[in-house]
Design a protein around this ligand. Structure first.
Ligand SMILES: C[S@@+](CC[C@H](N)C(=O)[O-])C[C@H]1O[C@@H](n2cnc3c(N)ncnc32)[C@H](O)[C@@H]1O
Length: 501
């Protein structure tokens, strides 16, 4: 399917955009209808799930389902049925502007894919291979939006903005000015159209990473760089491929952020990174970032194994899943073997430039493994940064602080057999939206955690602990402070004053 000419979108009059938006809203063309059709199957495998989504929607007569079939799932809808679903919106004008296309069989299909998201409708290309294709908002886009604070002030930069959804959500949440940059002029054209279509104020500029905004500073920077490994013999897709290992371009995105990050500002970058034996991810990203004055925290989840990536990305290249798909799977598989990429992390990189006078220790670098970040929000990140700040503070500040176990953790007593006479091991389980790793604790550590969780200061908990252990509190202080710091840097403990929970 050839890419539509986006110049013609400029010809869509404002009142027609408003009428279409109203119609989308009125008939419930929103995420609910998408989830009826498609959420059951893995997000990446469009070639597999689209026929099912179409089959489901074809059985439904309501206009919201019809519009979802037409605009989201590349369905061909008989013209009369499409006109019914469009209601008062002039279908002919949409055809004239190239948004809808008449098929030889007398049906209408959409030249763009439209994704509803939080009261916005985002126009992108259908996910076909090609260097300029503008990708659909995907799972990683959604994760970034989830991690965005619910209310914003100050400037926001969406690096590699593509369709512009992240920028538009930030503008809706109060950020100003909001700027998106992208190296792909087609993406910038669609982002500008999406801003106009949705009536949201944001600027979009073509350029390499932060080049169009040099000299400016932003309170919030967000980016989902292209991060897929590219076999040399594959057609490069600007939205998708990030280098031979996949993360090379993402590391250059990270490097572009410190110069445009305001004091007190935060950046979030989501990408996949190949595991390099002998090099910690924190070292890799820290070296790429370069600026020693910025805090860096990496949240690391297990990424898709290379075999699944081969299948997923080949299906993007050849969604018909025919011989071209088989050839692409082989290309990806051989490429992963050739570059020695055996495992990947999903990375959320958090960069923070401390506000002036914030004091505290020197900027830090931390990496935390977690399998539970799905469902995380900006409160998850706030709590983590507050915990890391406390862990980095001096002994006196830590002794005076009150800490608690993260409220998202759950404690279980584990026995190897259902035998009440066996002493249980105390284990912590992290829930959705947390950072941390499930683990067990010795009886004494568990007792100490209970005291820390219940006392008004770490110092008081040490005194009480010394009482139960019949040991002098002075002798215990250093080891307990080490234990508390470890808890604060691993997602287990947080300051009791933590905001937003
Ligand atoms: C994975 S897509 C993300 C799009 C969108 N931000 C999202 O989250 O859905 C990556 C985007 O980065 C853009 N890009 C690739 N190389 C770039 C560069 N050197 N500078 C700026 N943008 C770039 C691509 O054109 C694409 O739009």
């Amino acid at each position: 399917m050839a890419l539509a000419s986006i110049e013609r979108l400029d010809e869509l009059p404002g009142d027609l955009c408003a009428a279409l938006r109203r119609r989308f809203d009125d008939v419930g063309f929103d995420r609910r209808v998408l989830s009826v059709a498609a959420d059951g199957a893995a997000a990446l495998f469009e070639g597999l799930r689209f026929p099912l989504a179409r089959a489901i929607l074809e059985t439904r007569e309501d206009p919201g389902s019809r519009l979802a079939l037409l605009f989201t799932f590349a369905g061909e809808v008989p013209e009369e049925s499409a006109r019914d679903a469009l209601g008062p919106v002039a279908g002919d004008a949409l055809v004239a502007a190239g948004v809808l296309v008449r098929t030889p069989g007398g049906a209408l299909r959409s030249a763009y894919r439209v994704t509803p998201y939080e009261g916005l409708w985002i126009f992108t290309d259908h996910l076909v291979s090609g260097s300029d294709t503008v990708m659909v908002p995907g799972a990683t886009t959604g994760r970034l939006v989830d991690l965005m604070p619910p209310a914003l002030t100050g400037g926001m930069l969406d690096l590699g903005c593509g369709h512009g959804l992240i920028a538009l959500v930030a503008a809706r949440r109060g950020a100003a000015p909001v700027i998106g940059t992208d190296i792909n002029a087609r993406a910038i054209g669609l982002a500008r159209f999406n801003a106009r279509f949705n009536g949201v104020a944001a600027e979009f500029h073509v350029g390499d990473r932060a080049a169009p905004v040099q000299g400016r500073r932003f309170e919030l920077v967000m980016a989902q760089p292209p991060y897929v490994a590219r076999p040399a013999d594959s057609v490069a897709a600007t939205y998708m491929h990030g280098g031979a290992l996949g993360d090379e371009l993402a590391l250059r995105f990270v490097a572009a952020i410190p110069p445009v990050l305001a004091e007190g500002g935060r950046a979030l970058v989501c990408f996949d990174s190949a595991v390099r034996p002998g090099t910690a991810p924190t070292t890799l990203v820290r070296d790429a970032m370069g600026d020693p004055l910025v805090d860096l925290v990496l949240l690391l989840e297990p990424g898709l194994p290379p075999e699944q990536q081969a299948v997923a990305y080949a299906s993007v290249e050849a969604p018909d899943l025919g011989p071209a798909y088989a050839a692409a799977v082989r290309r990806y598989h051989r490429h992963f073997l050739a570059v020695g990429a055996a495992a990947f992390h999903h990375v959320v990189a958090i960069l923070r430039r401390r506000p002036p006078g914030a004091g505290g220790a020197a900027p830090f670098v931390h990496g935390l493994s977690t399998a539970f970040l799905a469902g995380g929000t900006s409160a998850t990140i706030d709590a983590l940064l507050e915990s890391l700040d406390l862990a980095a503070s001096g002994d006196d500040a830590l002794l005076a602080a009150a800490v608690r176990c993260s409220p998202c953790t759950r404690w279980v007593d584990e026995r190897p057999r259902p035998d009440a006479r066996l002493a249980p091991a105390h284990a912590v389980r992290f829930g959705a939206g947390t950072v941390g790793t499930n683990r067990s604790f010795e009886e004494q550590e568990y007792a100490l955690l209970s005291l820390l969780d219940g006392c008004d200061s770490v110092a008081f908990a040490i005194e009480r602990f010394a009482g139960t252990a019949a040991a002098p509190s002075d002798g215990l202080r250093a080891s307990v402070l080490g234990f508390v710091r470890q808890g604060l840097t691993s997602g287990l403990l947080e300051p009791r004053s933590t905001a937003g929970r």
